[in-house]
Design a protein around this ligand. Structure first.
Ligand code: GLV
Ligand code: MG
Length: 321
């Protein structure tokens, strides 16, 4: 399996929208986010949750979400709300919903629970069984320890997501700026956490998504934090404000020079491994040696660039005989 399945939808920017706000759900439809998730969890007060379910069903059924992955975040399984969240939203708008996001996931069993419930609802409603995906949000120590089992718990899993605010509370990291570096710590305090989530996601062949950055007016700081998870290989990040959307789309798209390199390697490698190119396993482009592993790296970058609608600016010319 390639590192990132090109079949998966791009999720460079995943816009969080409270299900209690019909106005924000309307506005979200006009923003260039790859994904929108309508929230029933922490952005909605306990007393507003039942009304929010109804708002979300209406928004999914009547809104124009063209080009966006449509996700609903339900409440986590330690609450009383989860089963009704899933039943009301999926029965009411399952045909217009791509994924259910399960926050604070602790174990594979919790994912199984959601998988079975979705299958029962899809069967009852006459929806295609298995079409609705699951996004698993890792937000505590036990969830991270079980991240691999969570990623492998169901073929519905499409993403493994980092939930930094809850996670920092869970492990008691000493900071109040979610995602920011910590002056007393001589390194990146998120490296292990992000890498563990990335490895769990990639082992299963699904996407890895970084969580929110709460200083929403500081777009430069957002870019810096996003740039770190993008550099590791993450596919996208949550956005909480329209000002963060373009930045996320840019940061999680390949750089132009990397995209050009990828397309060039794919063309060059196809040429050199063909009879016309000499059936070579390894070849040179300029000063760089390329082989099958270079092709695999290039495939990942090319898939992301194509999904982002990028255009190449360099063409491969086979050398004259
Ligand atoms: C998101 O849910 C977070 O806790 O950061
Ligand atoms: Mg959270």
């Amino acid at each position: 399996m390639d590192a990132v399945s090109p079949a998966l939808r791009p999720r460079r920017s995943c816009l969080a929208v409270p299900g209690s706000s019909t106005k924000m759900m309307e506005k979200a439809q006009g923003l260039p986010a790859d994904q929108v998730f309508l929230d029933l969890e922490d952005a909605v007060a306990p007393g507003a949750k039942e009304g929010a379910r109804k708002n979300i069903v209406a928004a999914l059924n009547t809104g124009d979400w063209t080009g966006k992955t449509r996700v609903v975040r339900v409440n986590d399984l330690t609450t009383k709300w989860t089963y009704r969240d899933v039943i009301e939203v999926v029965e009411g708008a399952g045909a217009n919903l791509d994924c259910v996001m399960l926050p604070k996931v602790q174990s594979a069993e919790q994912v199984h629970w959601l998988d079975v419930l979705l299958t029962q609802i899809e069967t009852t409603m006459g929806f295609e069984v298995g079409r609705i995906g699951i996004e698993a949000q890792i937000e505590n120590a036990i969830g991270l320890i079980n991240a691999k089992d969570i990623a492998f718990a169901s073929d519905r899993i499409e993403t493994v997501i980092f939930g930094p605010a809850d996670f920092l509370a869970s492990i008691q990291m000493r900071t109040t700026v979610v995602g920011g570096l910590i002056s007393e710590y001589p390194g990146d305090p998120y490296h292990h956490i992000l890498m563990s989530i990335l490895l769990a996601a990639r082992a299963k062949g699904v996407q890895a998504i970084d969580g929110p950055f709460l200083q929403i007016r500081d777009v430069d700081a957002f870019r810096e934090v996003a740039g770190r998870s993008a550099a590791l290989g993450f596919d996208g990040k949550w956005v909480l404000h329209p000002g963060q959307v373009d930045a996320a789309n840019e940061v999680y798209s390949p750089r132009q020079e990397d995209y050009d390199w990828a397309e060039l390697v794919l063309d060059a490698y196809a040429h050199y491994t063909s009879p016309e190119g000499g059936l070579l396993g390894a070849a040179m482009i300029g000063d760089e040696m390329i082989d099958e592993a270079s092709r695999k790296m290039a495939l990942v970058i090319a898939a992301k660039g194509r999904a982002a609608g990028m255009a190449r600016t360099k063409k491969f010319e086979p050398p004259p005989d």
